[in-house]
Design a protein around this ligand. Sequence first.
Ligand SMILES: Nc1ncnc2c1ncn2[C@@H]1O[C@H](COP(=O)(O)OP(=O)(O)OP(=O)(O)O)[C@@H](O)[C@H]1O
Ligand SMILES: [Mg+2]
Length: 265
Amino acid sequence: MTSSRPPLVQLSNVRIDRGGRTILRDVSLQVPRGSITAVLGPSGSGKSTLLAALTGELRAVSGSVQLFGQDIPHGNRALLEMRKNVGVLLQGNGLLTDLSVADNVALPLRAHTRLPEAVLHRLVQMKLHAVGLLAAADAWPRELSGGMARRVALARALALDPPLMIYDEPLTGLDPIASGVIMSLIQRLNDSLGLTSIIVSHHVHETLPISDQAVVIANGGIVFSGTPDALQASQDPLVRQFLHGEPDGPIPFDAPTRNYGLENA
Ligand SMILES: Nc1ncnc2c1ncn2[C@@H]1O[C@H](COP(=O)(O)OP(=O)(O)OP(=O)(O)O)[C@@H](O)[C@H]1O
Ligand SMILES: [Mg+2]
């Protein structure tokens, strides 16, 4: 994973506000090419907020966010171009229920390319094969198990061959077996396709084994950054509270939110 080229993602002293409140401050992070980075932290700590800053959906109030060695562009067109290079698996799968599995995977290709239908069909088959679901091409999303639906969403995120993949809670709602399948798939795709991956999760024990580096977000910023081994060995009370799921400690249980119950809907 080492490389003399600049990191694929670089955040320096970033502050991100949402709803008039500072959610993250002084965030600095480097994601080396080819690596898998775990972004861990309790619910509501700002993990999805951080991802939204990487896709340009949210703008940093201060500091710099660079992808592929460049600042996130401001113009709509340039932003769209940049986003083609970022595959996103959102929290929830976001499959369209009235489209077949194959048509769901084809969506980004139809939106961003003008490939002939035969080529498009072949590409969709390749993506479905990559996630082990070629046989489900003609199925409807409602016919899929949770784990299969997640893999279809993964195939769709890969459709445009983005060099950077971002996964927001890829294990939500999956049983341990399906979780293992998704995690090994993420690792295999990262290695075989030469991707760089960022995985946001609170599933520490499933995410760390495939990660090269880990950051923990809590109390409005990064409270740990280092290797998975260093994280496991950390004696920081905040990190330990999160890792071991203890209710009492430096992370307050009733994190300050306004409009409680509506914001994450
Ligand atoms: N659209 C929004 N407007 C205002 N505040 C928001 C919005 N979305 C999230 N927030 C707030 O930002 C904070 C961080 O939310 P975020 O969704 O980034 O957390 P998270 O770490 O991804 O949590 P989870 O693990 O539950 O997904 C929370 O306090 C939340 O209430
Ligand atoms: Mg989230």
